[in-house]
Ligand binder design. Structure first.
Ligand code: FAD
Ligand code: NAP
Ligand code: SF4
Length: 675
């Protein structure tokens, strides 16, 4: 049954124990650690993933010292009980799954005035300048790591992972930019690596031999002043010598301007670096980053690039991913699309983590999909994300569902999104929904524009209107000029786009359209070499940090594009917190001009006339593309009301302001869970 993934499903000796397969759930700080009923909610969250077949789970980061950061800590015996509840729940649910606690000291990123670091160097993204640790302070921190690991053992964990990457405390000792000390903890490389090596030595002493010890290292930190390859190797070897059981490779420094996990990053792009490090060590190594399907994990393992594959966000998207792979049901996997919209964007804005494609993630105790008490015949009109989520959830609960869409394919606007270079993963969501509709026996009527008669003829007990949106047409004089086209015509290729283009509206769709019309060549998301070139990564020579430091070359269609909005705020400010910058940089490198505070006057043969900062400006354009937001499409709903048939509105049809797929899927799932 597991023959399709022989490498994934082969056990592996780790330290003095064995893990049953090579899939690891990577560490994610979800925010559940900090809620009042943390133990109950964390247990439910981890138990679902443990039952889902993963070999090893790494928890979100837990602080070893009061200065470690804002999140949960394990600093004394009083903290043990909460963790014990979680480890007991996981081991009871699946006694062959290992649960390993990550020890995280965020150092200069701790977000408190008492944050600490080797030197008082403020991070670009940190709130405070850190306090320089004294020699005694360093000793106190090392002791705290050792005590935290011992407490984790007492709390029933199978091991600990120490994170020594990403710009957190340990990594700031390694890099000379952040470690400017002149004592035995700074200066030459042997001194800079002393802190992690000493931590590992003391942790191993504290926990004994039969306890998994993972160390997460920055194999490529994407900083020009970052680690050189020989430093990475020598650190890994030193850690191995001090008793680390597994080296986990990380490709990240939060300050860096290179995307490493966004959807535009090719799948498994960084695994080759892990492969090189693996050759230098005799302990297992873990690779990570954009490995979202079992087939990708299998390829990485078969190539010898890693011993274990870490999947973090894919476990939010589908807790059963591993079981589905084992049972040959990979077409039922709800694939992580790398959007970051509900996970990292939430984490970095202080909201509880969840998942765009799986709104149950981290809400396992709140959003339950139970069999319906009374089975009903339900019509869902519209097979966009909202209609799909509703139909699948209602069918899972046992309702008889008929799903209508006027189009010939399911997906609604996701059929536009998937055509944007860098958003190819959206195909996976449509594959998932298509398979689930089939499996659950939903009666799918494509090419069918439902009206009142259709609904009446079906004899439904309940009607759900998920008809989405209509693109907004702003009342600008000349909006009916032949050169004005809608984003839909651009994306579907129905309209020609000229050489000089003005885009009205700089929201998510304005950015996507600008990406599409300035794009040239292969999508970087599908080709590691193109991606590396676009972001200045040198996999072959591995300069410091893995980056060249030279402004990367970017291919462009050569179109002259201006992206405009009426707001005075910087263009693109409303895009996702953790991905918006990648889109802004990409378009800037392709020469796209971004204009805020535009007051549109008219469109004529010359182009788009506007007033900007009090001055009249002509944006010469052969084509003006309208991406000015959307209005709800409720025609059917209103007609049904008039005919005395009540219906439930979901997705864009319910509310189009600030609508995205995250909200559409969440709202529809919640409605269907209660239907
Ligand atoms: P829709 O997706 O609009 O679906 C409505 C469906 O109803 C359509 O298939 C339509 O054919 C059907 N319909 C309408 N009337 C009838 C009728 N009478 N009978 C039968 N069928 C009918 N969101 C994100 O979160 N992240 C992104 O990265 C992202 N990227 C995007 C990129 C682009 C280019 C576009 C256009 C959108 C993007 N979105 C993104 C937005 C996201 O796709 C929408 O928020 C989401 O699709 C809304 O879902 P919905 O189900 O409410 O409506
Ligand atoms: P949007 O993000 O709300 O942006 C609409 C744009 O149109 C804004 O720039 C707005 O800015 C402008 N606008 C609004 N009313 C206007 C009017 N009357 N005249 C002229 N301009 C007007 O919506 P969207 O771009 O249509 O995207 C729809 C949804 O899909 C959004 O919620 C978005 O989050 C989601 N989406 C997300 C992504 C992603 O990568 N996460 C990508 C694509 C789409 P001004 O009002 O300042 O002019
Ligand atoms: Fe993946 Fe997006 Fe879900 Fe995050 S929100 S886990 S990136 S699909």
């Amino acid at each position: 049954m597991t023959s399709r993934y022989p490498h994934v499903f082969s056990p592996l000796k780790v330290g003095t124990t064995t893990i049953k397969n090579r899939i690891l759930m990577g560490s994610m700080h979800t925010g559940l650690e900090d809620v009042p009923n943390a133990a109950e909610r964390l247990s439910a969250y981890f138990v679902e993933r443990a039952k889902g077949g993963v070999g090893m789970i790494i928890t979100g980061g837990i602080g070893p010292h009061p200065t470690a950061g804002n999140g949960a800590k394990l600093v004394d015996a009083d903290d043990v009980a909460m963790h014990r509840q979680v480890t007991d729940a996981v081991h009871e649910a699946a006694d062959d799954v290992k649960i390993v606690m990550q020890i995280l000291h965020t150092g200069p990123l701790a977000g408190t005035p008492d944050c600490v670091a080797p030197s008082p160097v403020k991070s670009r993204i940190g709130r405070y300048q850190p306090n320089e640790l004294t020699e005694e302070g360093i000793e106190e921190q090392i002791a705290a790591f050792a005590r935290c690991a011992a407490l984790a053992k007492e709390a029933g964990y199978d091991g600990v992972e120490i994170i020594g990457s990403a710009g957190y405390l340990i990594s700031t000792f390694l890099v000379s930019k952040t470690n400017q000390r002149t004592d035995r903890w700074g200066g030459e490389w042997a001194n800079r690596m002393r802190f992690p090596v000493e931590i590992v030595r003391r942790v191993r002493e504290a926990v004994g031999k039969d306890f998994i010890l993972v160390f997460r290292i920055s194999a490529m930190d994407m900083l020009q002043e970052g680690l050189a390859w020989d430093e990475v190797v020598s650190l890994a070897k030193a850690l191995e010598a001090e008793g680390v059981d597994v080296i986990s490779t990380h490709f990240c420094w939060h300050e860096s301007f290179v995307p490493t996990i966004a959807t535009m990053v090719p799948r498994a792009a960084f695994a080759q670096v892990t492969g090189r490090l693996r050759k230098q060590l005799s302990i297992p190594v873990i690779t990570s980053n954009r490995i979202n399907m079992p087939s990708v994990a299998e390829e990485v393992l078969a190539r010898g690039d890693a011993d274990i594959v870490s999947m973090a966000r894919p476990m939010l998207a589908d807790p059963d991913l591993v079981n589905k792979a084992a049972e040959g049901r990979e077409d039922e996997i709800n694939t992580c699309i790398g959007c970051n919209q509900a996970c990292l964007d939430h984490t970095f804005t202080g909201r509880l983590t969840t998942c765009l494609v799986n709104p149950r993630a981290c809400r396992e105790t709140e959003l339950t999909i139970a069999p319906a008490a009374a089975k009903r015949k339900i019509a869902v009109v519209g097979a966009g994300p909202a209609g799909l989520a509703y139909a699948v959830t209602a069918a899972e609960r046992g309702h008889a569902v008929t799903l209508f869409d006027a189009a010939e394919e399911i997906g609604g606007q996701f059929n536009y999104a998937k055509r944007i270079p860098g958003k190819e993963e959206f195909y996976e969501t449509l594959r998932y929904y298509g398979r689930m509709l089939d499996k659950l026996g939903v009666d799918v009527r494509l090419g069918t524009r439902a009206d009142v008669d259709t609904i009446k003829a079906g004899g439904f007990d309940h009607v759900v209107v998920a008809t989405g949106i209509a693109p907004r047409t702003p009342p600008i004089p000349g909006i009916d000029h032949a050169k004005v086209i809608s984003y839909i015509d651009v994306i579907t290729g129905k309209a020609e786009v000229g050489q000089k283009v003005a885009i009205i509206g700089a929201g998510g769709i304005g950015f996507d359209v600008a990406e599409l019309i300035t794009h040239a060549g292969k999508s970087s998301a599908l080709d590691v070499d193109v991606f590396a070139k676009e972001w200045g990564i040198d996999f072959k020579n591995h300069p410091r940090g893995g980056v060249t430091g030279v402004t990367p070359e970017v291919a462009t269609s050569g179109r002259e594009v201006t992206l405009l909005q009426r707001k005075e705020t910087p263009v693109g400010q409303g895009l996702g917190r953790t991905t918006g910058w990648t889109h802004r940089i990409t378009l800037q490198r392709r020469g796209v001009k971004m204009v805020s505070g535009a007051d549109y006057v008219k469109i004529d043969d010359a182009g788009l006339h506007a007033v900007v900062g009090g001055d009249p400006v002509l944006f010469e354009a052969d084509t003006v593309i309208v991406c000015a937001g959307q209005d709800p499409l409720r025609t059917l709903h209103d007609q049904l009301e008039a005919a005395g048939i009540s219906s439930e509105l979901v997705g864009g049809a319910f509310e189009s302001a600030e609508l995205d797929a995250k909200r559409a899927i969440k709202q529809a799932t919640e409605c269907a869970a209660a239907a």
